[in-house]
Design a protein around this ligand. Structure first.
Ligand SMILES: *[C@@H]1O[C@H](CO)[C@@H](O)[C@H](O)[C@H]1NC(C)=O
Length: 384
């Protein structure tokens, strides 16, 4: 009898979960390499992950960053009737923006992406305010408005969002049109507005105030799950880690990073942000260089010998008393005939646990408890 009640509760809950398939598209880097333009872009547009986290002082500012490796996107619709957009679901920012139909670019960036036409939506409400977008070359304002946002069968009304009016040239090869932020609400959000996930919860659309993300290395199969967790995507149990600081990000405390029992980085503990909008694991230069040295990298960029992957050690992130293990197969990328580790440096004491980490660990973003949950992700059929 008890079991029946529990089962019934589970079934009811899972019926209310909304699963949004994420597609692993071709990264801008892949597209550019095919066109023979990658080196030129790399020189012209420096990848600056820091822009997303640090340029918040000037009010509502959405950094438009060159994300050369980022690939996962899902489809949402805005307006009535719905206009579809591919968006990067980014746990490292809090705003929703898509290109405007009035978007201009010196390249094909606008033409290559879906653009929102406000006059074609009967539910669109303009705002007299604007927001700033930070570009490589400076700042631009964008329009702000409110409209219905639809995800599969679920919708929220009166969602604030930004419409970009200019796109930097480097955006033309990105697989997605805009960004949907899943970080905490903050003062610097567009007009201090309510982020999409907060509206989904406030408007009573999901059973629990949390969402979870499963990333695989296959094209299909990755998933954003709104309102709960789905055990078909992980094995073992979810380990819960409290948010360490109210920074507005999914920030946790890491105790140390070890290889074969040796502390190789984060020796005195460190702060890390779980970010679905960053590809690599980013850390302070000294620590990352040390890790890359331990695994046998022979250059500053973390180049490793592809034939060596089977002999490279596991790297363990020790968090809240649990060990989260990354085998070499998960932290080495191969591009054609060259291989690099997925550890990148940035000018910051903090760490960013990006897709490289999240592919190994199904991640729960729990707003109810202010916890991050991590569980061993089930392997997709294509990976080893
Ligand atoms: C926007 O939508 C309106 C109304 O449907 C249409 O008349 C107009 O041509 C569209 N604008 C663009 C640039 O597509």
């Amino acid at each position: 009898m008890k079991l029946a009640v529990v089962l019934f509760a589970l079934v009811t809950l899972s019926e209310c979960l909304l699963k949004i398939p994420l597609i692993k598209g071709k990264s801008a880097r892949q597209t550019l390499e095919e066109k023979g333009l990658y080196e030129e872009y790399k020189r012209k547009y420096r990848y600056n992950p820091r822009a997303k986290f640090n340029n918040r002082a000037g009010g509502a500012m959405v950094p438009m960053i060159y994300y050369p490796e980022s690939t996962y996107y899902g489809v949402i619709a805005i307006g009535t009737p719905p206009q579809s957009f591919k968006v990067l679901f980014d746990t490292g920012s809090a705003d929703l923006w898509v290109p405007s139909v009035h978007c201009r670019s010196s390249s094909q960036a606008c033409n290559n992406h879906a653009r929102f036409n406000t006059t074609a939506s009967s539910t669109f409400q303009p705002s007299s305010e604007t927001f700033s977008i930070q570009y490589v070359t400076g700042y631009m304002t964008g329009d702000v408005g409110y409209d219905t946002v639809t995800f599969g069968d679920l919708y929220v009304t009166h969602q604030i969002f930004g419409l970009s009016l200019v796109e930097d040239a480097f955006l033309d090869n990105l697989p997605w049109d805009g960004i949907l932020g899943l970080a905490f609400p903050n003062q610097q959000s567009i007009n201090g507005g309510t982020p999409v996930f907060d509206n989904i919860w406030k408007q009573g659309k999901i059973p629990q105030d949390l969402f979870s993300i499963y990333l695989t290395s296959s094209v299909d199969g990755s998933m954003l799950i709104l309102g709960g967790t789905d055990p078909s995507y992980f094995t073992g149990s979810i380990q819960w880690i409290p948010i360490s600081q109210p920074t507005g990000y999914w920030q946790i405390n890491v105790d140390s990073i070890t290889i074969n029992g040796n502390t190789v980085a984060c020796a005195a503990g460190c702060q890390a942000v779980v970010d679905s909008g960053t590809t690599e694991i980013l850390g302070p230069t000294r620590d990352v260089n040390n890790i890359n040295g331990w695994v046998g990298a022979y250059s500053e960029e973390g180049l490793v010998s592809c034939s060596n992957i089977k002999r490279m050690p596991e790297i363990i992130f020790n968090i809240n008393g649990f060990g989260f293990t990354l085998p070499a197969s998960t932290y080495v990328f191969s591009y054609g005939s060259s291989c690099t580790t997925g550890f990148g440096t940035w000018d910051n004491d903090q760490w960013i646990l990006g897709e490289v980490f999240m592919r190994q660990f199904y991640t729960v973003f729990n707003r109810e408890q202010n916890w991050v949950g991590l569980a061993q992700a089930k392997k997709s059929p294509e990976s080893d």
